[in-house]
Ligand binder design. Structure first.
Ligand SMILES: *Cc1c(COP(=O)(O)O)cnc(C)c1O
Length: 393
């Protein structure tokens, strides 16, 4: 019998929805036009790009003219941060950033820090949430930008972005929000959040990899970070990835239509998984604020069972999950997110993230629950620290 495959790593990436794929296919075949060409083949591509722009704008409550297509979430974050700093006429030199940002933001801010920009890294609670009052306290006359993500990819925790946006707008400071994990999963509204820039990525909501978007509030200064043609209103040059853009547009429409029901369905499944693990495995803990987080995410520390070994052992049983950030897997680094919330190194190394999605079912969760306790037990049986801890009791 073929092994069951239960994919619980939707925060790393999601499968392309079959409706998204079907919408994209013509743009690899007969509808191959360059959206800048003035003839009919080009204009067909242009129309498809513009209707995708409207769909992405609708998902986040923006105007179509405020959406810039990029090669993904990473480029959208880079464009917001470097593009704003280069475009600010007042040449302000201070950024406020959260320490649990994705590396696309973290490493951009650190690159600017090396170039002489001052950075205030915000404190964060042990359950992974930023206090807006700390943002207010960090403000200086020379602050140009606050960058705080909407939902964290490892913990799923949701930040109080509307409060932070209010503080930013009162202080006339720009606010960038990495909404790559939240867009398409929970409501994202640029006006309620009072953001000036907001990043999203298609492959996190059942669209293709390699296409994303940056929301840029009207009249915000933004210099391009790539140089070439006049595409995307002079903000992002290069012949448009028409098929990919059609994909993000279709994915945005499908996600938008599901926003009302899908989080509740996922919360039931996630809680079933979480409660099942808590009931069947001892010495486990859930990381991150359990109330203020994405319905699809749970993050566990399994004391004395090393995370990478758990991932491999679970994969052999058909269950895919992750140690946290997919980008740091492979490198023997503990997660900067888990360190920021104060997890000791040995606990951070014993951490797994399960993230469910559109195609997750109750049967998937029950299969994972059949497999997980045994895998944890086998790894603990060969862990020298676990036998010591048990015999010390
Ligand atoms: C995945 C992710 C990104 C990067 O997006 P890509 O499209 O993969 O470049 C940025 N921020 C967060 C929070 C993410 O989860």
């Amino acid at each position: 019998m073929p092994m069951r495959r239960v994919y619980l790593d939707c925060n790393a990436t999601t499968p392309v929805d079959s409706e998204v794929l079907a919408a994209m296919l013509p743009f690899f075949a007969e509808a191959y036009g360059n959206a800048s060409s003035i003839h009919s083949v080009g204009q067909e591509a242009r129309a498809a790009v513009e209707s995708a722009r409207a769909a992405v704008a609708a998902l986040v409550g923006a105007k179509a003219s405020e959406i810039v297509f990029t090669s993904g979430g990473t480029e959208a974050d880079n464009l917001a941060i470097f593009g704003l700093v280069a475009g600010d006429r007042r040449e302000r030199k201070h950024i406020i950033a959260s320490p649990i940002e994705h590396h696309a933001v973290l490493n951009s801010v650190e690159a600017l820090e090396k170039q002489g920009i001052e950075v205030t890294w915000l404190p964060i609670s042990s359950d992974g949430v930023i206090d807006p009052e700390d943002v207010r306290r960090a403000l200086r006359p020379e602050t140009i930008l606050i960058t705080v993500m909407h939902a964290n990819n490892e913990l799923g925790t949701i930040q109080p972005v509307a409060e932070i946006g209010r503080i930013a707008s009162e202080a006339n400071v720009y606010f960038h929000c990495d909404a790559v994990q939240s867009a398409g999963k929970i409501p994202v509204a640029v006006n309620e959040m009072k953001v000036d820039f907001l990043a999203l990525s298609a492959h996190k909501f059942y669209g293709p990899k390699g296409v994303g978007a940056l929301y840029v509030r009207e009249n915000s200064p933004l210099e391009p970070i790539l140089f070439g043609g006049t595409h995307e209103r002079d903000r992002r040059p290069g012949t448009e990835n028409v098929a990919g853009i059609v994909g993000i547009g279709k994915a945005a429409g499908l996600a938008h239509a599901r926003l009302a029901d899908e989080p509740a369905r996922l919360a039931v499944l996630r809680d079933r998984l979480e409660d099942g693990i808590l009931a069947s495995v001892c010495d486990v803990r859930v990381n991150g604020d359990r109330a203020r987080r994405m319905a699809n995410t749970t993050n566990f520390t399994f004391a004395h069972a090393e995370g990478e070994s758990l991932v491999i052992a679970l994969d052999l049983q058909g269950v895919q999950c992750s140690t946290g950030a997919a980008c740091s897997s492979g490198a023997i680094l503990t997660s900067h997110v888990l360190r920021a919330i104060g997890l000791p190194r040995d606990e951070a190394k014993c951490t797994l993230r399960f993230s469910l999605g559109r195609f997750s079912t109750c049967e998937d969760v029950d299969y994972a629950l059949e497999v997980i306790p045994g895998v944890v037990e086998r790894l603990r049986a060969i862990s020298p620290t676990y036998s010591k801890a048990v015999s010390a009791r």
